[in-house]
Design a protein around this ligand. Structure first.
Ligand code: PEP
Ligand code: MG
Length: 589
């Protein structure tokens, strides 16, 4: 709709790619106004009961929403269910519920006031934590609290059911639960003044493939006075929201939207082509994923399986530890979503830059976290934690094909110890009559320390497969901390020392007859494809979005020629020389 209002361009964080153009719908969650009033001593029990009834009603509503979530596209279902599960946990005997109950009794105030005060206290304590993933959970706490508040004050939740088809939602804040209620067949995209890239609202947007921009300062002020139905553009690639665009802007964005759609169709078409080099060498291309919501994308873009499922994300997003059942449900969703494709589940790789708040409380960070208690060291130091995770993994293995991958190994002893624990856990579960992977899944080693690479011949005798983690291997080989800006420019996986370690691992695997893959970032970078094929790799694992471009590249490569180039690269004197060789080879493709 054209108006006389000037075009306004606002900038925020692009959290979900794509361009949406349509009429705007301002989302007003309906402010719930709360007044505080005292409760007489003999009314305390009745007030606590009223609060409990509202919590029960909110829990019932969550169950209903879960059923609704099952109607969502498959890609969004898992994420929506996981979010509702977070709300359910926050309302089941949690600090929030206990705190309100206590405040009603101690402060003798009505339940609404007690809830608001407790909510504010929890939000403050979350915001005081530096970790952005914890801070992003503030939205979940508020969402769960407001759900109960609505029941207490009998204020209806504003759903998107009556929003006109093809709308774009603009709001001050959209909770993950709001995003989970959006039907992508009806809503084209959204933007909000609050929110960040790591929050669950952003994760939901990506799972639903809805273009979204969050953290847009002044969004509602700019939209004020703009009537419902005015045109808005949400650019989830560039992170812009454009209100009342001029005809020229509109035309430019329509062209970009069409180009993105063509690009996507081209990538999906590549997914259907075989992953074979120009001289007929077959390569297995797998996906690295963190969440069940990524399974669909991995399948659509042609992954042969999952080469790396990072499990630590489940531990980083919360204050407590996920129990065996919660871990099992998440893993099962991935395994079932991949049908019979193999899913390589890596055990907890916590520590270093990946922090789990519940564990950090027991083991304070050492002077050098990258060299400290992390990954397999953690699992072996806290066997109960490891056994719980292994039990969840083995149970998930009853639903499809899995492999178990151990991170950050430096010795054969670690592999032996881990294997013993895995076997012991399997025996216990079998005795208890629990269905688990049968036979036991292959157990592999991440080769991501120089010790593992140089000792790969010994490690191969105790491992069923290798996965080379070039991110850490490069960091530890070159002694470069990537998060340290002063030296980050020296981080270079083209360094011949890194290549020689890869050759060591590939040779050891080949001699022992076990599979070997690369699952570091370079596996998804087409500049490295020829080099990796030339070093003898036939299995690569990468983020799903990289699969088509790597496949396109490898189909143009002659593996025999790549081998000749790689042999020269390995004996080069420095990274600069390797880069020249590789660029020259790639330019001729
Ligand atoms: C690696 O180190 O290359 C790797 C794949 O593991 P992460 O990136 O999870 O440390
Ligand atoms: Mg690693």
């Amino acid at each position: 709709m054209r108006t006389d209002r000037p075009e306004r361009v606002l900038t925020g964080l692009p959290v979900s790619a794509g361009i949406a153009i349509g009429p705007l719908h301002l989302h007003d969650p309906g402010v719930v106004s709360v007044s505080a009033y005292p409760i007489p001593a003999d009314g305390i029990e009745a007030e606590r009961a009223r609060f409990r009834r509202s919590v029960d009603a909110a829990l019932k509503q969550i169950d209903k929403l879960r059923m609704r979530a099952e109607l969502l596209p498959e890609s969004a279902q898992e994420a929506a269910v996981a979010l509702l599960e977070v709300h359910r946990q926050m309302l089941s005997g949690s600090r929030l519920v206990r705190g309100v109950d206590r405040r009603i009794a101690e402060q003798r105030v009505n339940a609404e006031a007690a809830l608001e005060t407790e909510l504010a206290a929890i939000v403050d304590s979350f915001l005081a934590i530096a970790d952005p993933t914890i801070r992003s959970r503030v939205d979940d706490v508020r969402g769960a609290g407001h759900r109960v508040l609505r029941h207490l004050t009998q204020t209806a939740y504003q759903s998107f059911a009556r929003v006109p088809n093809g709308s774009i939602i603009l709001a001050e804040e959209l909770t993950p639960a709001d995003a989970a209620l959006m039907d992508p067949a009806k809503i084209l995209g959204f933007a909000a003044a609050a929110g960040g890239v790591e929050g669950h609202t952003a994760i939901m947007a990506r799972a639903l493939h809805l273009p979204a921009v969050l953290g847009v300062r002044g969004l509602l002020d700019a939209a004020a006075g703009t009537g419902a139905g005015a045109t808005v553009i949400v650019d989830g690639v560039g992170g812009q929201v454009i209100l009342d665009p001029t005809p020229d802007t509109l035309a430019a964005y329509r062209r970009r939207r069409a180009a993105l759609a063509r690009q996507r169709r081209r990538l999906v078409a590549i997914a259907g082509l075989p992953a074979v080099t120009d001289d007929g060498v077959a390569v297995s291309l797998n996906a690295n994923i963190d969440l069940p919501a990524e399974v669909d994308e991995a399948r659509v873009l042609g992954a042969d399986g999952v080469g790396l499922l990072r499990t630590e994300i489940q531990f980083m997003n919360r204050e407590d530890l996920p129990d065996e059942d919660a871990q099992y449900e998440m893993l099962r969703a991935v395994v079932e979503g991949l049908d019979d494709r193999i899913v390589t589940i890596r055990t907890l790789d916590i520590g270093g830059d990946k922090r789990a708040p519940a564990l950090a409380a027991h083991f304070p960070e050492g002077p050098n976290p990258a060299l400290g208690l992390r990954a397999i060291r953690y699992s072996l130091k806290v066997p109960r934690l490891f056994e719980t995770q292994i039990a969840a993994i083995l149970r998930a293995g009853a639903h499809g094909s899995i492999r178990i991958l151990l991170p950050m190994l430096t010795s054969v002893g670690e592999m032996r110890q881990a294997r013993t624990i895995i076997q012991r856990t399997a025996r216990r579960l079998r005795r208890q009559g629990v269905a688990i992977a049968d036979p036991l899944p292959p157990i592999g080693a991440m080769i991501e320390t120089p010790a593992a690479a140089l000792g790969a011949d010994a490690l191969a005798e105790y491992s069923d497969f290798f996965a080379i983690g070039t991110n850490d291997l490069t960091m530890y080989t070159l002694a470069i901390d990537r998060s340290d800006e002063q030296v980050a420019s020296l981080y270079n996986p083209f360094h011949p020392a890194v290549l020689r370690l890869i050759v060591f691992a590939v040779t050891a695997a080949r001699e022992r007859g076990i599979p070997v893959s690369v699952c570091g970032e370079i596996a998804g970078d087409p500049r490295f494809t020829a080099l990796l094929l030339g070093l003898g790799l036939r299995e690569l694992s990468m983020s799903p979005g990289s699969l088509p471009r790597v496949k396109e590249r490898l189909r143009a490569i002659d593996a025999a020629e790549a081998q000749t180039m790689a042999a020269r690269a390995v004996s080069a004197h420095d990274a600069a020389h390797v880069m020249v060789l590789v660029e020259h080879f790639n330019a001729a493709l």
